[in-house]
Design a protein around this ligand. Structure first.
Ligand SMILES: [Zn+2]
Length: 221
């Protein structure tokens, strides 16, 4: 999927052993980029960075499961991009080696988190056309530090939902730190109040919209 308005581009694609949907937002003027959920295949992402000729500045994570963050340290080391994660998921990040063992995945040694994501935190580029184009929404439930990112910069608003909301489904809450009633609360109070036309790029699988999920998500009706 590729979208653009003015100099801002958005490209989304699955990456890694669990096909995590990664999104890259970048300016074609300055080359600066933000990567949301780089997954767990750093070689693939580094190739993509070369292909697009971009300079990643920040790696944002919807949460700290290995399939979303497992190789971010390598990408950070290769590009200088900083690692961002909500502090509620610090314990999961510190447990990355154990997650790797449990799911039989190879994960590297995690670099320290550079910045803890805050509710309402916004992101901008140096490119003056692209100001505050992305906002952080803290949506706990799948994990305590789960966040979504929202952009109303494009003609159709975009929501990067991580493993909180899927097409006709919601994130699992049976893993450490999961909370079944909290995820429903987060989705209803923070996501379903967004404009109905908002496109939802889920952490895995096909994209959907707020309208579709309000109408047909069996977990929310
Ligand atoms: Zn997850």
């Amino acid at each position: 999927m590729h979208l653009n308005k003015n100099s801002l581009h958005l490209t989304s694609f699955p990456v890694g052993s669990y096909a995590c949907n990664c999104s890259i937002l970048y300016s074609d003027k300055t080359g600066e980029a933000i990567i949301i959920d780089p997954g767990n295949d750093h070689e693939f992402i580094l190739k993509k960075i070369k292909e697009l000729q971009i300079l990643p500045k920040k790696l944002l994570h919807t949460h700290a499961h290995f399939d979303h963050i497992g190789r971010s340290s390598e990408i950070s080391a290769a590009t200088g991009a900083t690692i961002h994660l909500h502090k509620g998921d610090q314990f999961l990040y510190d447990m990355l080696p154990q997650q790797g063992l449990f799911f039989r995945q190879n994960v590297g040694t995690p670099k320290p988190i550079d910045s803890h994501l805050e509710e309402g935190e916004t992101f901008s580029f140096v490119d003056p056309e692209i100001n505050s184009f992305l906002t952080t929404l803290h949506t706990p439930g799948h994990t305590p530090g789960s966040c979504c990112f929202y952009s109303d910069y494009f003609d159709i608003p975009q929501l990067f939902a991580g493993d909180t909301l899927f097409q006709r489904s919601i994130g699992r809450t049976d893993l450490p730190g999961g909370d079944g009633s909290l995820i429903i609360k987060s989705i209803k109070n923070r996501l379903l109040v967004l404009p109905e036309e908002t496109k939802v790029i889920a952490g895995h699988g096909p994209a959907t919209s707020i309208y579709q999920e309000k109408k047909s998500n069996p977990f929310l009706c």
